[in-house]
Design a protein around this ligand. Structure first.
Ligand SMILES: *Cc1c(COP(=O)(O)O)cnc(C)c1O
Length: 393
């Protein structure tokens, strides 16, 4: 079974590049160049130097002793929360900005929902001195004022998307329109393993450093680089793809992807894509997405902005359909309690996204010997408002 992309840009039934004709030249330029650029020795050297000295990699693999005692297994946390800017997203934006430079691009655009990807993009644009334009829904701009301020302070121009529901989907449409109008000098940095081929593959390659490091670290710490379980939360699916990447062909390693159930999978306020979704096309690729009978995208809900997305990347759809990975879901309440537990047992405040992955440990049973790696995709500073309101601190 091939779990990776084929030469046509597909993962089984999923993937491809479903784009307006006017985007063909941009996407084709990427398709034809991305692997050669990424695999170039100079590119690799520069990428890894920045990951080391700017991002602070390798991120630690930390054996969480008190969580381990509670769950009766060896629980290892892959500490993406310790990265510069506080999450895994920077791994991808560093990779893409270097790639954009190699393609001779002078201008970067991106879309953002909660603002995390916008901040990661504005950060690398400041680092490399490239012009940066971030599209963000008008509603999200109001809801995420601190991230808007960060992007502006970093020198980015934040453009408000005022059509439709004025959220992520509309910001994505605006960014696409910009790219069509500026095909020569502009690179579009997509923030997860979604979008037309080659984005899902490209982003997963940049994020694969997570599992590459984990394997080595686990080998050093336990004598085996092969954990029993690997868990990660899934919005679009980039931290999960990075966490799964080097374990996918090792069928002894069980892969668990945790979606956001919101107020409950059947509540009408959920983002549990594999439970609720059907096959269809979203943001340029064929995948699984939440949609009505006539194909309208359903508004998702999750307490965590990063998981509030109506689809999953095409490789996830393939891992789901082939059952190589198990897709489960965790509610808002469960995730917030898991975030509190991790904080009080380990002194680590996780992002609410990451707390979804932690919460699934509650539903598993262990015999005491299993090695379990959980991707702690980000830190919870950005979520303090939500934690405070929920727990009344
Ligand atoms: C954005 C984000 C996510 C969700 O994105 P994926 O592409 O699914 O990884 C998860 N965790 C954190 C901390 C995020 O910022």
């Amino acid at each position: 079974m091939n779990y990776f992309v084929n030469e046509k840009g597909y993962y089984g039934d999923f993937g491809g590049a479903y784009i307006p004709e006017m985007l063909y030249p941009n996407v084709e330029e990427l398709q034809q160049n991305y692997l050669q650029i990424i695999n170039d020795a100079d590119f690799q050297k520069e990428f890894h130097a920045l990951l080391k000295d700017y991002v602070g990699r390798p991120s630690p693999l930390y054996l969480a002793k008190r969580l381990s005692a509670k769950y009766n297994a060896n629980i290892f946390l892959k500490r993406e929360d310790l990265n510069h800017t506080g999450a895994h997203k920077i791994n991808n934006t560093i990779g893409q900005i270097l790639l954009a430079e190699k393609l001779g691009k002078k201008r970067i655009i991106a879309e953002t929902g909660a603002g995390q990807h916008g901040v990661a993009t504005a950060t690398v644009c400041a680092l490399r001195g490239l012009e940066c334009v971030i599209y963000m829904g008008e509603v999200d701009i109001q809801r995420q004022a601190p991230n808007v301020a960060r992007m502006k302070m970093l020198g980015a121009k934040v453009i408000s998307a005022v059509s439709g529901s004025k959220t992520l989907k509309d910001a994505t449409n605006e960014a696409m329109r910009d790219w069509i109008n500026n095909p020569v000098d502009t690179h579009y940095i997509i923030g997860s393993v979604v979008g037309p081929h080659p984005y899902p593959d490209m982003v997963s390659i940049f994020q694969s450093v997570i599992s590459e490091e984990t394997k080595k670290q686990l080998l050093e710490q336990t004598g085996s680089g092969e954990p029993d379980y690997v868990l990660a939360c899934v919005g679009g699916g980039s931290n999960a793809m990075g966490m799964f990447y080097h374990f996918i062909n090792d069928e002894n390693v069980k892969l668990i992807a945790v979606e956001a159930a919101g107020k409950g999978v059947s509540s009408g306020f959920s983002a549990a894509t594999t439970f609720l979704g059907k096959e269809g096309v979203l943001h340029g690729s064929r995948s699984i997405l939440m949609q009505t009978a006539d194909g309208q995208v359903v508004e998702p809900h999750s307490v965590s902005a990063g998981l509030d997305y109506p689809g999953i990347g095409p490789q996830h759809a393939h891992l789901f359909k082939t059952t190589r990975a198990e897709y489960v879901s965790i509610t808002d309440d469960e995730s917030l309690h898991a975030g509190l537990l991790c904080t009080q047992l380990e002194g680590i405040i996780p992002a609410i996204e990451s707390a979804h992955a932690l919460a699934y440990l509650e539903k598993m049973t262990f015999t005491g010997n299993e090695n379990v790696v959980v991707c702690l995709s980000g830190r919870g500073d950005k979520d303090m408002d939500t934690y405070m309101k929920y727990f009344g601190f």
